[in-house]
Design a protein around this ligand. Sequence first.
Ligand SMILES: Nc1nc2c(ncn2[C@@H]2O[C@H](COP(=O)(O)OP(=O)(O)OP(=O)(O)O)[C@@H](O)[C@H]2O)c(=O)[nH]1
Ligand SMILES: [Mg+2]
Length: 256
Amino acid sequence: MDKAIDLRSKCKHFRVLIIGRANAGKTTLLKRVCNSVEDPEIYSAKNEKIDVSIVEGSAERGSHDIENQLIFKSNPQFIFHDSRGFESGSVDETDKVKAFITKRAEGNSLAKQLHAIWYCLPTDTNRPLLKIDDKFFGTYGTGKVPVIAIFTKFDGLVNKAYTELVDNGLSEDEAEEKLTEKAEELLQTNFREPLSRATFPPSDYVQLDDMREPTTSCNELIEKTANALTDDTLKLLFVSVQQNNIDVCIRYAVDR
Ligand SMILES: Nc1nc2c(ncn2[C@@H]2O[C@H](COP(=O)(O)OP(=O)(O)OP(=O)(O)O)[C@@H](O)[C@H]2O)c(=O)[nH]1
Ligand SMILES: [Mg+2]
């Protein structure tokens, strides 16, 4: 306990970079993790609050500048960075992401360090892994910073599986019975297998059902992030910043 208090005096937050193409479900997920219906507040790298009403190009743009820090009032102990680079796929922007990871990964104080990366991959799409995803997992070593691959919109993949089964001649009842199995199979072949063969595979994988539904849980993401942290200090920090996922903290404490 003393260790946790000492740690919290040095660093009050856990810093996450969220990556993913446009429309991947990033903002919806962050809101859920922080139990917020409101958009986050945006702070510059120098911790100055950015008034989104006067920033050119609107709030959308401010939230996508990787250097900016997104903080939800409902859970200010999490600081998020959201990258635009993986949407446009332009070399410049992706280099920015790589430079950000390198700069924040090492030689920094605990407070400035990047502690984890959440890499969102929408599963309801016809283009599972893009070139940019191959590039990330093929060439971007992130050092000690764990990368959790998050398969978002699994509900959409289940719908796709249903359509595919019916198109292949199954009755609606038969398709209904087989759709979860089929969706899992699509996830395996289109996402998990290619990712696990990459030079720098993710530390872990999480699949998320419809995050727009208030009842869908994101506990698995919290648990897997805790497990992926190899450093005990960071694990303790992560557990100590949880306020909406208390059961994870309790389980972690009991396990210890
Ligand atoms: N079916 C389904 N739709 C979702 C889910 N999560 C988010 N959406 C919808 O997908 C759209 C994009 O969600 P956002 O959370 O804004 O995605 P984003 O990655 O932040 O998008 P950008 O900020 O534009 O890059 C919205 O219309 C959401 O309502 C999900 O789990 N399932
Ligand atoms: Mg967004």
